[in-house]
Write a protein that binds this ligand. Structure first.
Ligand code: COI
Length: 361
């Protein structure tokens, strides 16, 4: 890893930390943030850690107009021996640069970002919650900052990392969620930006999400944007099904986000000797399997959601009650194993965790 000079300016007034118990998702932010700027003549420059603070921008800054933004999400844990553990951060860096490429944002040096992140977390280490099911969520993001109203890639950007102590993403915690299969709105199409982690994809999902939640569902399951036939992903996670003993998940395409938890789950399941198939899955087939009693488990995977069992799917008013609304065996085993690797209570056979050592900073 490169030696990067990161200026540090510590806060003079530390905030009161929330109670670790009963933390929800994304409501609290730590004392510091990492910031780095980009201009076309200097490249990425001036990486620094500063007190957490508002950003002041010109109203014409491009971030307010055309949505040229990207972000990532990863988590940090405090092990029992007091070490900070990050889960596969290099994968987030790879994906960030894929999103950058799609959104015409300059590539960023993942080593500099990881160095900055390690330093930031070390400074705000006391904010890492340790109650069961909690972690420190890391949100890196890039915004275009040039003041210009023409539709073009910005010439200036700001890269920021903020940290948030979190509990579970869904109010259901690790209990099964109810999901609405969306058959009116679509999230993304091949050739669009579905594969990138960009704000617009999430903005496009809000209307469907709002309607689904008014009907009592936690999230929507998106179908493909052309035929509304093939299953893609859920609003904040990828999706897996266990059909008659075999685990299947939609094959990646241009409109599905390549989840890092998805990738880890596939590796783990294969390591356990289970069959996992990535393929096109139609909603009609899923319903057929359900009617034949073959749909044994459904679960979502994501950084924020970790492993989230699905207890009910509703498609065009037809209800599929999965595993009697209970958490399935595979989802439970995956949840325990992945969170165990992440927080250091289970062996990391895959070399997925990165430790932040005090003397590195
Ligand atoms: C994550 O799982 O980290 C995500 O970015 C999903 C998010 C929209 C909460």
């Amino acid at each position: 890893m490169k030696d990067v000079l990161i200026e540090v300016n510590l806060t003079k007034s530390q905030k009161v930390k929330p109670d670790s118990e009963g933390l929800a998702f994304g409501r609290y932010f730590t004392d510091h943030m990492f910031v780095m700027n980009y201009s076309s003549d200097k490249g990425w420059y001036d990486p620094k850690i500063v007190p957490y603070q508002p950003i002041s921008l010109d109203p014409a800054a491009m971030v307010f107009h055309y949505g040229q933004t990207v972000f990532e999400g990863l988590k940090a844990y405090l092990s029992k021996s007091g070490e900070v553990l990050l889960f596969r951060p290099e994968k987030n860096m790879e994906r960030l640069n894929l999103s950058n490429q799609r959104l015409c944002i300059p590539q960023i040096d993942g080593d500099i970002v990881i160095s900055g992140l390690k330093k930031l977390i070390e400074i705000d280490k006391d904010w890492i919650p340790t109650a069961q099911g909690t972690s420190l969520y890391v949100r890196p993001f890039i915004i275009p900052t040039e003041s210009f109203l023409g539709v073009a890639p910005s010439k200036h950007y700001q890269f920021i990392i903020i940290l948030s102590p979190v509990g579970s993403y869904y109010k259901e915690g690790i209990n099964p969620v109810k999901i609405y299969v969306e058959d009116q709105y679509v999230r993304a199409v091949a050739g669009g930006t579905g594969k990138a982690k960009t704000g617009g994809n999430y903005a496009a999902s809000l209307k469907a999400q709002e309607e689904a939640s008014s009907k009592g569902f936690s999230q929507v399951l998106w179908l493909d944007g052309v035929e509304k036939k093939y299953i893609e992903e859920v609003g904040s996670m990828n999706i897996f099904f266990k059909i008659n003993g075999e685990i299947i998940t939609p094959a990646l395409n241009e409109s599905i986000l390549e989840g890092i938890t998805r990738n880890s789950v596939i590796e783990l399941l294969k390591h356990w000797g289970l069959t996992v198939t990535e393929k096109k899955i139609s909603i009609e087939d899923l319903f057929e399997w359900y009617s034949e009693g073959l749909l044994e488990e459904v679960f979502g995977t994501g950084t924020a959601a970790v492993i989230s069992p699905v207890g009910e799917l509703n498609w065009k008013g037809k209800e599929m009650l999965i595993n009697n609304g209970n958490t399935g065996e595979i989802a439970k085993r995956l949840y325990d194993t992945i969170t165990g690797i992440q927080n250091g209570t289970q062996p990391d056979q895959f070399g997925w965790t990165m430790t932040i050592k005090d003397n590195e900073n």
